[in-house]
Design a protein around this ligand. Structure first.
Ligand SMILES: [Zn+2]
Length: 238
């Protein structure tokens, strides 16, 4: 069996207080290793490294600022035919989390919204940069692959505080970010944040085409503004 000192250290940090004399951290590590030994490919099984994340530096704990992307993440993208723009999306999305760390003003959101909001914001900013003329300069075809990739990493764990947005919402976030780049390729970061915050307010009303649904009918944001405008005028009509 491979060296398990890192595994034991990690388990101690995560579950330290829950171990007893009957079930120690060493028993837990053995159970995990037995499970992995039973997988196809054992320690090479792609699902074990199917993740990507950015870490914020915590000097007191010896944690450095980093971007960590597992091989399994790229294996997954290859398996769905999206390996060409996959690495760019992953790197840009994770880098955007570092921008979020730098901009963190301590504002707190509902735990059930926090992860979703951060992920959709990272998708929006990443797509803005990738489509941006002085950034990724991606063609429309490549950007459409970015939408598919972001769609592929959505989830439907609605009751989990770690919910990152549905596949549709993740795809819509990159479409929104790329469209901002088409409208105005010289937005300040604060403008991008404000535009995202306004878009996020109605994100749960978006349908799979990234349009807003009213009474079952699909409408664009422009159509919706017109409908609301007409309703407003109607309130004062005699
Ligand atoms: Zn993320």
């Amino acid at each position: 069996m491979p060296d398990r000192s890192n595994l034991i250290q990690t388990l101690e940090v995560m579950f330290g207080s829950q171990y007893t004399d009957e079930y120690t951290v060493y028993d837990h590590a053995t159970d995990i290793q037995d499970l992995i030994e039973g997988l196809p490919g054992k320690y090479e099984y792609p699902l074990l490294t199917f993740n990507a994340f950015a870490t914020k530096a915590k000097e007191e704990m010896g944690i450095e600022s980093s971007i960590i992307i597992g091989e399994g993440y790229f294996t997954f993208q290859e398996s769905i035919g999206l390996s060409s723009e996959g690495p760019e999306y992953a790197m840009t999305h994770e880098y955007t989390h570092h921008i979020q760390f730098a901009l963190d003003n301590g504002e707190k959101y509902e735990p059930s919204q926090h992860a979703k909001r951060e992920e959709l914001a990272a998708d929006t900013l990443a797509a803005y940069f990738l489509a941006y003329d002085d950034g990724g300069r991606m063609s429309a075809i490549k950007i459409s692959n970015i939408h598919a990739i972001s769609y592929s990493v959505g989830d439907c764990s609605f009751n989990d505080d770690g919910h990152h947005g549905t596949p549709s919402q993740r795809g819509c976030a990159t479409k929104f970010g790329a469209s901002l780049s088409e409208q105005d390729d010289d937005l300040e970061l604060i403008d991008l944040q404000n535009r995202f915050n306004r878009w996020y307010e109605n994100v749960d009303d978006l349908n799979d085409l990234c349009q807003y649904s009213i009474s079952g009918a699909s409408t664009s944001l422009l159509d919706r503004s017109l409908i609301f405008g007409m309703a407003f005028v109607g309130m004062f009509a005699f």
